[in-house]
Every structure is written in C-alpha cells, then in structure tokens.
Design a protein around this ligand. Sequence first.
Ligand SMILES: C[S@@+](CC[C@H](N)C(=O)[O-])C[C@H]1O[C@@H](n2cnc3c(N)ncnc32)[C@H](O)[C@@H]1O
Length: 374
Amino acid sequence: MANYFATVARGLEEIAAQELSDLGATNIIPDFTGVHFQGDKKLLYKVNLWARTIFRVLVPIAEVKSYNAQQLYRSVYNIDWSKYLHPKMTLAVNCTGKNKQLNHSHFTALQIKNSIVDWQYKKYGRRSDIDVKNPDLLVNGHINNNKCTLSLDSSASSLHRRGYRPAMGLAPLKETLAAAIIVMTEWTPELAFFDPLCGSGTLPIEAALKALNIAPGLYRDKFGFESWLDFDLLLWEEMIEEAKEQQLSKIPTVIFGSDRNYQIIEQANINARNCGIKNQISFKTQDLSEIVAPADRGVIICNPPYGKRLGTETELVELYKLLGDTFKQKFTGWTAYILTGSTALTKKVGLRTSQRIKVYNGMIPCTLLKYKLY
Ligand SMILES: C[S@@+](CC[C@H](N)C(=O)[O-])C[C@H]1O[C@@H](n2cnc3c(N)ncnc32)[C@H](O)[C@@H]1O
C-alpha cells in the first residue's frame, strides 16, 4: 500500500473523495484542495485513467525540513534519488506553498532541482537534463511551515486536459469542473440532457463520456508514471484494454447541446469527434429563444455568461430573463441547473430555486442553482 494525494479544485474535495472511493481507494481523507488516499500501483494507474474530477495524483516520497533555502537543499540532498531518477531521464520540479524564507515558488523549485542534479553529479558524474514541458520525472515540492513534502507527479500534466479539446470555445469550463457539476445534479444517463448555452460542448461531452462509461484518460497521450523506473507496461496495457472493453456502444437517452454561435458549435462537433462520440450527441446552432424540449422530462445544465468574462450588463439581464421564461414555458417536467457567478443576474431568472450549491470556477466563487419546473 502506498500513500497518494489527489489535487482537486477548491470545493470539489468531497466529490473527488467519493470518486476515489468508487475507484477502490482506501483511507480517504479530504483536505483543502486535495484528498489523501491509499492504494497499490494498479489503483494509481486506475485513478489517472478513470477519474473525472481530479487534477493530478501525487506520490509523496519524503517529508523534509525546509526552514530556509540552505536547509531545503541539504534535506533534498539526503534522499537517494537513484530510486526515481536516472541521468538519462529528464527532470522538472515545481513548487506550491510557502513560508517566510521560501516565499517564491520558482526560487524554491530551483533549490530542489539544484540539489537533485548535484546529488546525481556526485553519484554518476553526470546529471539529468531539465525539460519543463515534457519531463520523464516531475517532482513537486509543497512547503508547509518549515516542512517540505516531496512528491512525484504521476499525472505530469493536469488530468482536466483530457486530450479531446484542442478547440476552445469562449470561456469553456474545465472538463473536471463540468464532470463534478454533473455529479452535483440529479442527472443520470437514463434522463435526457440539454445544455442550451453549450459553447464548446464540455457539459454534454462529459455527460456522454459518463453515460458511455468511457475512461477520460483514454484520450491522453501520456501520463507521468509511464516514464518512471518502476513503470509496469504490461499492467497498464491490460488496464487500457479492460477500459476499452467496458465502453458502452449506445447512450440510453438523448444528449443535446445548442448555442447561437455557429463557430462554437463547429468546435463542439470537433471535440465530440475527437472523442469518437459525434454520433451520440446532437449539437445545433440556435438561439435560446428558439429551443424546444427534446423529451418530456430531463435535466438542463448550463453556464450562461455572467459578466466577469463575457457579455454586457443589459444583454445579460435579457439573457437571464429569457432563461427563466424558456424554462417555465417549454420545459415543464424538467429540472434545470444554472451555474453563474452573479447573484444579481440570477434574480432576473424569476423562478424559485430549490437548491443552491457553492462552486468555484477557477478563482471565481459561483453558485449552481437548481430549478424544479412544474
Ligand atoms: C460561458 S459560455 C459556455 C461555455 C461552455 N460551458 C463550454 O464549456 O464551452 C456561454 C455560451 O452562451 C452562448 N450564448 C449567449 N447568449 C446566447 C443566446 N441568446 N442563445 C444561445 N446561446 C447563447 C455563448 O455563445 C457562449 O458560448
């Protein structure tokens, strides 16, 4: 059994903890923007491949004293790096957290990196090259008071970068946040799904991936652990095969997305095609005023612009009014959810909310509002 730490967006700790439990993790302890858990190597690979709401999985290897730069350098030098790194492998180090003496993460990362390569130079007479973009080993140092937790980053690039979305809409949601929002709602794959402001299609695509039991990691080129010294290629290939076999061929319901912007709908189609699920989702260019309910009941989830990034004030007031009117007049029997960062604008919807859930969209505090439409 090894200890792991999953990093997540603020506010998603409990949802990620439940997801880790579903994947078979043990001793799960939610923390601030992360979740501690335990498992074996197979679980580490499984979480990277299957998790929908997690950014990265870190593998802590040491907790060292780090009162100041000199002490951090010496502590890191005491670790046997040959277990994790060969001079032929490339290296990168990043840092989070700070204390009084170590308050610039770039400088702190540099101390750790210098110490590791000096250690290698003494042992082998040569050292790893640095590759910040695509390193074979990515080390994370997290400073908390006078301690530094050193971890290996098994994901290397954040897992929200599924690999299906090179094409970006205006203000797209992170894939991990879209997946978490879907969990917060009462949508299940048997219910119709509709996002009438779908942009690049993140919400419908994440819903479809879930409904088809597709592991989101299947679209990625690479995970950090694939270039580690202890990488078990056979186990990983078996897990990929298993994941492919577990995919369903058809969604039991309809998944719709629409947006008034033709170019953004083109992007949504490209993204769905990249996932190989283009024929499972229906994307359409249409204004909110034109939409019709595609089924008697179902769930609407959308994130309208809310001024922080897109849209002018008066335009937005009209849009929120139209959302309320459309829900009321055309979607009886449905449940609707609006994710927004503006309390003033939600008042314009003019419908009674049955639930409000606090959500962070990056740094922006938002609310997911639920409307039961009778
Ligand atoms: C914040 S973005 C949604 C982003 C999306 N969730 C994603 O991940 O790409 C809001 C979207 O609402 C669309 N929109 C704004 N007013 C609209 C209207 N009246 N009818 C249809 N779409 C509209 C915009 O074109 C924009 O793509």
